[in-house]
Ligand binder design. Structure first.
Ligand SMILES: [Ca+2]
Length: 186
């Protein structure tokens, strides 16, 4: 293994983590231009690196055929229809139900979980379900049930790769969204 094969995947891992953090900061600051520029810069560097790394031919000697080729794995991005948002928050209407539907794009995880936080901390956690039953497509329709005990108020949802019980304070979320729960006719 030469130096490039060692540091390129390492740099990609580091930059992917940095990209996730900056993406969260962009959302947390509701689109602060400074963070958006940083996000774009990190994203561009990441693309350059993964393109360079994925160009390897796999002829790196006996026993090493292809295994060091880095396959670009962009972050798992959770998206929801724009019409579901008001004032930058995803609106959940309890007159309907506490289920949110959306998509995970550039999917690399095979299971996803969410944390529902209010300003005091965790309110609920659960699994993110693939609508068709399996996380096997690049863009997957998803749904999550925030639970029957949900009360009106402002929350944030953090998304994680893995099962709900594996989330710890050290786990890095892959995405997040601000949520407002309303109940027009309680
Ligand atoms: Ca599927």
């Amino acid at each position: 293994m030469d130096r490039k094969e060692f540091w390129v995947p390492l740099a990609v891992v580091g930059l992917t983590a940095l990209f996730a953090v900056v993406s969260l900061l962009v959302r947390a600051t509701r689109g602060n231009p400074w963070f958006i520029r940083r996000k774009l810069a990190v994203g561009a560097t990441l693309l350059t690196l993964t393109w360079a790394a994925s160009g390897c031919s796999g002829d790196d000697g006996p026993g090493g055929g292809g295994v060091t080729c880095y396959v670009p794995v962009p972050p798992n991005q959770f998206t929801f229809d724009a019409e579901l948002f008001a004032d930058g928050r995803l609106v959940v209407d309890l007159d309907e139900d506490a289920v949110i539907e959306g998509h995970v794009r550039d999917r690399s995880g095979e299971a996803f979980a969410f944390l529902l936080n209010d300003p005091d901390g965790e309110v609920a956690r659960g699994s993110v379900a693939a609508v068709d039953g399996a996380f096997d497509e690049n863009t997957e329709a998803i749904s999550l049930d925030l639970g029957a005990s949900l009360t009106p108020g402002d929350y944030e949802i953090l998304f994680y790769v893995g099962a709900p019980e594996t989330i710890t304070p050290e786990s890095g979320p892959v995405d997040m969204v601000f949520v407002r729960v309303v109940d027009p006719t309680p």
